[in-house]
Ligand binder design. Structure first.
Ligand SMILES: Cc1ncc(COP(=O)(O)O)c(C=O)c1O
Length: 496
């Protein structure tokens, strides 16, 4: 390691130590870590006498107290010993057995750990995290209007919950989830989504993704076929691959998932995962005939349906559509909801409503792997819902998202006519607009990114090659004026 001493980065040649003021770690901790590393690697031999703290401080360009702090910490742990008149030396024996200097391993290549089948499938699928820039720009899909979230009110409720927390809550709470929250969620999904359930059927999860993973772990074996919407939510595909199950892409058209195509491709699939109320990314609603066909198939095949209902609380106009779960007479549907859109994505809180015969197995599984969300946060959310703040926030945001959707549709129709065909949008906070078949959505997406506009490309969500591409616009977090400006920029990317 050769480094030119500068103000930012100084090296003590004899020990090859360095500190870097641009790093967040305190200088004494950097020095402690660097010297410890040199001792453990054998580069500084046991018994070596160190320069005085004054010399070290001068050469490293740090305060002497910084050096003393690092040396004292290493002495306390037994890496260094101080002897009268002979200064500080590296201990003749290292404090921990097995940490003796090892020969350098740089010549023998390190073989990476063996990966599981699931991890290999995940790696080769390319469904990693979507390409995102550091800060969200218009129109990053998936973001709610976080600036309109009543953050101060939420903080007060969290603080009050914490102050009044019961011993039971502090111990860790109920493994299925906080009882008050399960009750509040049951009331919400019954009233707002037409779900049929009692609180016992509700299991709190760390968001949709964790709900998918739990359902797959308990109900699908490796190799089992699982229908996935194509194009569809990549999180569903990741969960299927993570369970070593076999994804079966099922096309989506203007009526939603093509159930007949699914039956032709994999009649005996174990599970179908879909977002029937607001398909992602195309935004289609599953038609009633398709809903009935899907439920008939699931009942006949003893298959299950995982309903991802991630944003349908925000239906901008008309009566809310009933969830698929509310039509299910045979107990085949597991309904997954999330607070990522209705509250904020960082909350990482969702839930799965399981059919009554599955309550026992989910409860048993939770005995070893309890609800992955803090009990305090669950209790705070229960209070937020019980006091009517949640319903009030939803009402307000419904109006905000309606206005933003209209602004976006308006701007797209005016500025991108003939180049983009927006699909109708009456739910949620993103919409999809289709491109002519000879235009690559990925190329437009990349050109737009270069101009400062962030849209999704439908092809990125496709499991098989698609002929028609489109762009996905998130509008939830963007005010109408910024929406119009973003569409102006996008129009330039389309012209390019
Ligand atoms: C289709 C779909 N399902 C679910 C979610 C929410 O996932 P989570 O609850 O894990 O944040 C999203 C988020 O963008 C989504 O697009």
């Amino acid at each position: 390691m050769r480094t030119v001493p500068t103000d930012q980065n100084r090296t003590l040649a004899s020990l090859l130590l360095r500190v870097d003021r641009s790093l967040p770690a305190p200088l004494h901790a950097q020095l402690d870590q660097a010297l410890r590393g040199r001792i453990l690697s054998g580069a500084v031999a046991p018994g070596t006498r160190l320069p005085s703290s004054r010399t070290l401080a001068a050469e490293l360009g740090v305060a002497r107290t910084t050096v003393l702090q690092a040396l004292e910490a290493l002495q306390a742990e037994g890496y260094l010993v101080a002897a009268p008149r002979s200064g500080v030396r590296v201990a003749p024996e290292l404090p921990v057995e097995g940490l003796a200097p090892q020969p350098s391993r740089s010549s023998s290549p390190v073989s990476p750990p063996r990966l599981s089948r699931a991890a290999r499938a995940l790696r080769s699928s390319g469904t990693g995290a979507p390409r995102l820039g550091p800060a969200p720009r218009p129109f990053r899909p998936g973001l709610p209007a976080l600036d309109l979230f009543p953050a101060a009110l939420w903080s007060r409720i969290v603080a009050r919950t914490q102050a009044r927390a019961s011993a039971r809550l502090l111990e860790g709470g109920d493994s299925a989830g906080h009882p008050g929250l399960r009750r509040a969620i049951a009331e919400h999904v019954i009233a707002a989504r037409g779900v049929r359930c009692v609180p016992d059927q509700i299991f709190i999860t760390g968001g949709t993704q964790q709900a998918f993973e739990e359902v797959l772990r308990l109900l699908v074996d490796p190799g089992d076929e699982v229908w996935l919407e194509d194009p569809g939510y990549l999180g569903a595909q990741r969960a299927v691959l993570g369970a070593s199950a076999t994804p079966v892409p099922v096309p989506v058209d203007g009526e939603g998932l093509d159930v007949e195509a699914g039956i032709r491709r994999a009649p005996r699939a174990r599970l179908a995962i879909l977002a029937p109320s607001h398909q992602y990314p195309l935004g289609v609603t599953l038609s009633l005939p398709r809903r009935m066909a899907l439920l008939r198939w699931a009942a006949a095949q003893r298959a299950l349906v995982l309903e991802d209902d991630y944003d349908s609380e925000f239906r901008h106009r008309g009566r809310p559509l009933t969830a698929l779960q509310g039509l299910d007479e045979a107990g085949r549907v597991l309904y997954v909801g999330t607070f990522s859109k209705t509250m904020f994505p960082g909350m990482r809180l969702g839930y799965v409503v399981v059919p009554p015969p599955l309550v026992e197995v989910f409860s048993a599984a939770r005995a070893s792997l309890p609800a992955p969300v803090s009990g305090l946060e669950q209790a705070a959310l229960a209070a937020f819902m019980d006091q009517g703040h949640f319903a009030r926030h939803l009402r307000r945001m419904r109006g905000v998202y309606r206005e933003r959707a209209e602004a976006l549709l308006d701007a797209l129709h005016t500025r991108c006519a003939g180049l983009l065909e927006p699909r109708p949008c009456d739910t949620g906070m993103q919409l999809c607009a289709m491109l002519p078949t000879d235009v690559s959505d990925v190329a437009v997406r990349d050109r737009a990114a270069g101009l400062g506009v962030e849209v999704g490309a439908v092809s990125d969500y496709a499991l098989r090659l698609r002929r028609t591409g489109g762009l996905v616009f998130g509008f939830g977090a963007i005010r109408p004026a910024a929406i119009r400006a973003g569409v102006e920029t996008l129009a330039r990317a389309l012209d390019g």
